[in-house]
Ligand binder design. Structure first.
Ligand SMILES: Cc1cc2nc3c(=O)[nH]c(=O)nc-3n(C[C@H](O)[C@H](O)[C@H](O)COP(=O)(O)OP(=O)(O)OC[C@H]3O[C@@H](n4cnc5c(N)ncnc54)[C@H](O)[C@@H]3O)c2cc1C
Ligand SMILES: Cc1cc2nc3c(=O)[nH]c(=O)nc-3n(C[C@H](O)[C@H](O)[C@H](O)COP(=O)(O)O)c2cc1C
Length: 777
């Protein structure tokens, strides 16, 4: 085999080294446009935990690298003249050039040919190679030349950054956050060798423009930044080396190989530097590619490339997703700038969502404790709830909405049961809601309950337009109040264009099979949910609007009589009112379409009619889809404007969901995948929010609340499998007895004992699994 590697970065060199080592008979040539000693860039940082795992593939280079590494455990967050320190993280850093020189040396020793100052823009220019590895970095010209095959998706991060260095000594990975007259700047800094540190400096485009960096070259930029960071640099200069202002390119490729060309490292996928994994990713992919090629390439290149992709795609996408979330936080860092020190530090630590409350408890209990001191005190000052002595964790603190006090922040999300007959809640509903009330959540939502028969999604939907339905709900509400500490909120909604469909577990969103059972639909505009499948709804007339407003107000009145504590208007998921809010489903040209004010007008009229019925001291919420996951859908500014308009109309909580507006949506799933929308509404508008969506662990709830992503956290599916989720979480954290139902006390006591043992066991395991910092190298 003859292999050409284009690009002598960490990815290309490590692949060449490992492959030559495994197959000394193969000819491997690395083409690198720079000289061997070009020192572009400063340091690279790896997480200590994974270092051994991937570098030990070649013990000789690992040993050499260990000597070059600087090690540290702490992350420092410097903020408004103060600092918080979080230990137990474990990092190793070295200079990029030291890493490259060690890898080059090993390549040479093994017989890899290194051709420097050789540019390869098209593999077609290279004759006689069986295989070409395009490891030519984020701006890969090879990838771009064959982009029709690789199908790259390249998005530029909004923020501007420059990669600089400094001689300022640093004993930890340090984030310096600096407020200027034009916005916030962050310097991500760490020492990578004696007397030298990396300083990646980033800021939003407005800040960058207003500070005049657009007109400064790198040296002038460095002088200007030295003035801004004068206090932090302690008299040390900023050093430049091709430190041009750039936007980080987020690259992902649909295909990783074409013919005999395979992409490696940043060329195929980049991960934002704020999670410090680009080099590691490139080198881990180099291992997988080398393994696949040495095992299969002689028999079949496509088989080798497929094996490489199968081994790495998932891991790369997960890391990229974490990096995206972290990158997005830095784009909006100013939104957290009103926080106190320890909350801000908590947000910085947990920004990528892979670090949670529980991880931090293990890494550095003192860091969590300092946060708790500050947080309970602040919460006491803001709300009067005093949790300073008990310290139950954010999820177990009370929360008030008008006159209603919730015992904790856990919510059972609204979930249609499709079990009602003629809209009447029956024994199924009783058992379902009763179990979840006994399970300890602070607040239960009913499923979407319909103010008329035509408002239903399916024939199994619950309703509240007649006495029998009211009596059914009252029986449930009375039990919840008598036997549990939970509050219960009635969710009212109208299906609109998504009505008259089969039950959730049949063909969801498809019309009812027996044609005669279907009913005519109405919506903001005459657009079928799925053209050719769902019926075309009639555009709602003014007269129709009046009738619907009346139905919602009457259902609210019945809800009050049934004893509900709270009322929610469902304006999400593409149903009637959501259909008005989204520009994708509202094409009206009258006063109820067009601008965001127009689109929100009818939902607000419905809300106002319900608010007029619902007593002043009782809270109301609105569920919104904060994103349609489709081009041309609702945007963040619209959502903030809508949330503010509902708040002005008397809404106390924005229940932030997403999607289901259009059938061809492309959601980006992942744990807590919608929480960013709740966080945006919370931080931009200051309104109370509820987050929902793939939240499954108590640690995530604590994290979301601690980081002010939301005030309440709703779990849907997790509550379907475990009504006692909250009770289990109490046991896990050893939170003192709270409203236990007497017949269940023996079981709960046992759960607490077992959880304490399990927690101790896991903590011990994790402690043992954590590598000791290798301070001597
Ligand atoms: C500001 C910043 C900070 C970073 N910090 C870290 C960090 O702390 N830790 C970390 O792990 N990662 C970090 N990274 C990411 C890291 O630099 C990359 O992810 C990593 O270097 C990728 O390795 P690679 O081999 O794929 O590509 P690269 O390192 O980019 O190497 C590509 C090589 O190809 C060469 N080349 C390009 N085109 C051609 C051509 N046509 N012909 C010949 N040669 C060519 C280039 O000269 C280069 O040497 C950071 C990135 C940035 C932008
Ligand atoms: C079976 C089922 C029924 C649902 N019905 C409703 C509903 O009636 N009203 C509503 O607003 N959301 C409804 N949802 C959405 C959930 O409230 C929640 O937003 C969603 O499931 C994401 O949260 P999860 O990942 O915790 O399940 C339903 C979800 C499921 C799984």
């Amino acid at each position: 085999m003859k292999i050409a590697v284009v690009g002598g970065g960490p990815g290309g060199l490590y692949f060449a080294l490992l492959t030559k080592k495994a197959r000394p008979d193969w000819a491997i040539v690395v083409f690198e446009q720079n000289r061997a000693d070009d020192t572009f860039g400063f340091g690279v940082v790896f997480s200590d935990e994974t270092l051994g795992e991937f570098l030990s593939r070649d013990p000789q280079s690992y040993d050499a690298l260990k000597g070059a590494f600087a090690y540290w455990d702490d992350i420092i967050i410097r903020y408004k003249g103060d600092e918080a320190r979080c230990g137990g993280n474990g990092f190793a850093g070295c200079s990029r050039i030291a890493l490259l020189n060690i890898l080059q040396k090993r390549c040479r020793a093994l017989g890899v040919e290194l051709r420097f100052q050789t540019v390869v823009d098209d593999p077609a220019d290279l004759g006689g190679y069986d295989m070409v590895v395009a490891a030519d970095g984020a701006g890969s010209r090879i990838r771009e030349r064959y982009k029709d095959h690789f199908r790259p998706d390249t998005r530029m991060n909004r923020n501007k950054f420059a990669w600089m260095g400094s001689t300022r000594p640093l004993d930890a990975f340090t984030y310096f956050f600096k407020e200027t007259a034009h916005g916030v700047i962050c310097a991500h800094t760490y020492q990578y060798e004696a007397g030298l540190g990396t300083w990646v400096i980033e800021m939003g485009p407005q800040t960058w423009g207003a500070l005049g960096f657009a007109d400064m070259d790198e040296a002038v930029s460095a002088r200007a930044l030295e003035a801004i960071f004068a206090e932090e640099l302690l008299g040390h200069p900023l050093i430049v080396n091709r430190s041009l202002w750039r936007n980080f390119p987020r690259v992902a490729c649909e295909r990783w190989w074409h013919d005999n060309i395979v992409l490696l490292g940043d060329a195929k996928a980049t991960a934002h530097y704020s999670i410090g994994s680009g080099t590691k990713l490139a080198m881990e992919c180099a291992i997988a590619l080398s393994d696949a090629v040495t095992a299969k390439a002689e028999a079949s290149l496509p088989a080798a490339f497929d094996a490489y992709e199968a081994a790495r795609r998932m891991a790369v996408e997960v890391t990229q997703h974490n990096a995206d979330v972290s990158m997005a936080w830095f784009e909006h860092m100013s939104r957290s700038f009103d926080m106190k020190l320890h909350q801000f530090a908590m947000v910085v630590m947990c920004r990528a969502k892979s670090i949670t409350w529980d991880n931090l408890l293990l890494r550095d209990p003192a860091f969590v404790s300092a946060f708790e001191d500050e947080w309970y005190q602040t919460w006491f000052e803001q709300s009067g709830f005093d949790c300073r002595a008990e310290r139950p964790g954010p999820m177990f603190t009370p929360f008030a909405l008008r006159g209603l006090t919730l015992a904790n922040r856990v919510v059972v999300s609204p979930m249609a049961q499709y079990r009602a007959s003629e809209g009447v809640p029956n024994d199924w509903h009783f058992a379902h809601y009763a179990a979840r009330a006994l399970g300890g959540a602070g607040l239960l939502f009913t499923e979407m309950t319909c103010p008329s028969a035509e408002a239903r999604i399916s024939l199994g939907c619950a309703g509240l337009w007649n006495d029998a339905q009211e009596a059914g709900w009252k029986r449930i509400v009375d039990f919840v109040h008598a036997e549990s500490g939970a509050a219960i909120c009635l969710q009212l909604g109208h299906s609109g264009a998504k009505g008259s469909t089969q039950l959730g577990w049949e063909a969801m969103d498809h019309p009812i099979e027996r044609a005669a059972d279907n009913w005519p639909l109405i919506a903001a505009s005459a657009l079928a949910y799925v053209e050719g499948r769902n019926a075309i709804p009639a555009e709602l007339t003014r007269e129709g609007m009046d009738a619907i407003i009346e139905e919602f107000a009457r259902a609210a009145w019945r809800g009050l009589r049934a004893g509900f504590d709270m009322l929610e208007l469902h304006c999400g998921h593409g149903y009637l009112l959501a259909g008005f809010l989204s520009p994708l489903t509202n094409r009206r040209t009258d006063a109820y379409g067009g601008s965001v004010e127009g689109r929100a007008r009818f939902p607000l009229e419905v809300f106002a009619a319900m608010r007029a019925v619902w007593p002043k001291e009782m809270p109301m919420s609105v569920r919104l889809s904060a994103c349609d996951w489709a081009p041309g859908g609702i945007g963040e500014d619209d959502v903030a404007a809508i949330a503010r308009a509902f708040a002005a109309a008397g809404c106390d909580l924005i229940d932030v969901s997403a999607g289901q507006t259009v059938a061809d949506q492309k959601p980006v799933y992942g744990r807590m995948f919608q929480a960013g929308f709740a966080e945006a509404v919370r931080n931009v508008t200051g309104l109370a929010t509820m987050a929902v969506g793939a939240i499954t662990e108590p640690a995530q709830i604590n994290t979301l609340i601690a980081c002010r992503r939301a005030d309440l956290v709703a779990l849907g599916r997790a509550h379907l499998t475990d009504p006692f989720f909250t009770r289990r979480a109490e046991a896990w954290y050893g939170v003192a007895q709270r409203g236990w139902q007497k017949p269940y006390i023996p079981g709960l006591l046992q759960a607490h004992r077992e959880a304490a043992r399990e927690r101790e066991r896991l903590t011990e395991l994790q402690r043992k699994a954590k590598p000791k910092p290798k301070r001597e190298g």
